[in-house]
Design a protein around this ligand. Structure first.
Ligand code: PYR
Length: 323
């Protein structure tokens, strides 16, 4: 425990000198104190849906602005990645009549709702832009499958920027605009998406669910849900390679980023930033400091050639126990 505390001000640098950024995931401004206590260098995922869920109506632009601004100011220039509303799937809003669907995780959720209800997205974009005047905001879109969605959202963002300029309201003119990689549709075509956005963040919970066609809430098939399935690892690798080929950065904000067995895999694949709940940061940082990136690269090559998640996990356990 004491040992982990000593690491808070240290950077996560591997034995051979490669630094990984350590970011935190949050759901509300109340979570920021925990990030500071655990040495987070930024926020890789601010889930805004709680702002929408803990309410009896849509939060106004001003209410959203105040929440985002509080977080952004408290991070003092460190990156704050804010994801637009991700409702639907398993998350409902009491005041919005979401239709009952046979397959909600394949249905009207997240950005799909926002592109159909442009008023919701515009309000959120305006609040995010206004907050960007107070620090380093990165806007992130969830549940992307097509460049059409990226381009539509960009048009709406540009509309909001024009409005704010006309109203004389300040915002970051170079605000970063990125997407989550949580569908195979994006992982397989990563390079093409990377040409049109500023950054990626991999959401491994959904990427696992959609790559394996395993509902992550269904207990009958819980044993099939495994991010170490080689197909999921391959999808992660494709996303990272596609990002780097086009010169953009890529982080991971799914639970896999905080999984200690995954650390050598992600370091070896070249992930730029690990984002997780604050309490996991010191432990993952400590593990990165014990690893050699070059050695992890060879390990990844070997793992991707294996047949099953079980074999992969066995090799990883052995690899880690020797560190
Ligand atoms: C995911 O892993 O799917 C997230 O949304 C973080």
């Amino acid at each position: 425990k004491e040992e982990l505390k000593m690491l808070i001000d240290k950077e996560a640098v591997s034995i051979d000198g490669v630094k990984a950024n350590m970011w935190g995931n949050i759901g509300s401004p109340n979570d920021v104190a925990g990030l500071h206590r655990n040495g987070a260098e930024g926020i890789g995922l601010y889930r805004t849906e709680f702002l929408f869920m803990n309410n009896d109506r849509f939060p106004t632009e001003d209410e959203q602005f105040e929440a985002y601004k509080t977080v952004v100011e408290s991070l003092e220039g460190k990156p704050v990645t804010i994801r637009t509303m991700d409702i639907g799937g398993d998350k409902a809003l009491s005041y919005m009549d979401l239709p009952k669907e046979e397959n909600p995780f394949l249905g009207w959720r997240a950005l799909r709702v926002c592109l159909d209800r442009k008023d919701i997205l515009k309000t959120q974009f305006r609040a995010l832009l206004r907050a960007s005047a107070f620090g380093y905001v990165k806007i992130m879109l969830p549940m992307i499958i097509s460049l059409v969605e990226v381009r539509q959202a960009k048009v709406i963002l540009e509309e909001c920027k024009t409005e704010l300029r006309e109203e004389g309201i300040k915002f970051d003119e170079d605000i970063q605009f990125g997407i989550m990689v949580e569908t195979p549709a994006v992982a397989m075509r990563a390079k093409h998406f990377a040409r049109e956005v500023d950054f990626f963040s991999i959401g491994t919970n959904d990427l696992t669910q959609y790559t394996l066609a395993v509902d992550r809430g269904n207990e009958n098939i819980a044993h099939l849900y495994d991010p170490f399935n080689p197909a999921v690892l391959q999808a992660i690798k494709m996303a990272i390679d596609g990002a780097h080929e086009e010169g953009i950065t890529i982080s991971m904000c799914g639970e896999f980023a905080g999984d200690e067995k995954a650390t050598p895999v992600l370091l070896g694949m070249g992930l730029d930033a690990f984002s997780m709940s604050a309490i996991s940061i010191p432990r993952v940082k400590k593990n990165i400091m014990k690893l050699n990136k070059k050695e992890c690269e060879s390990l990844v090559e070997k793992l991707l050639d294996m047949g099953t998640a079980e074999e992969i996990k066995m090799v990883l356990e052995e690899f880690i126990s020797n560190k």
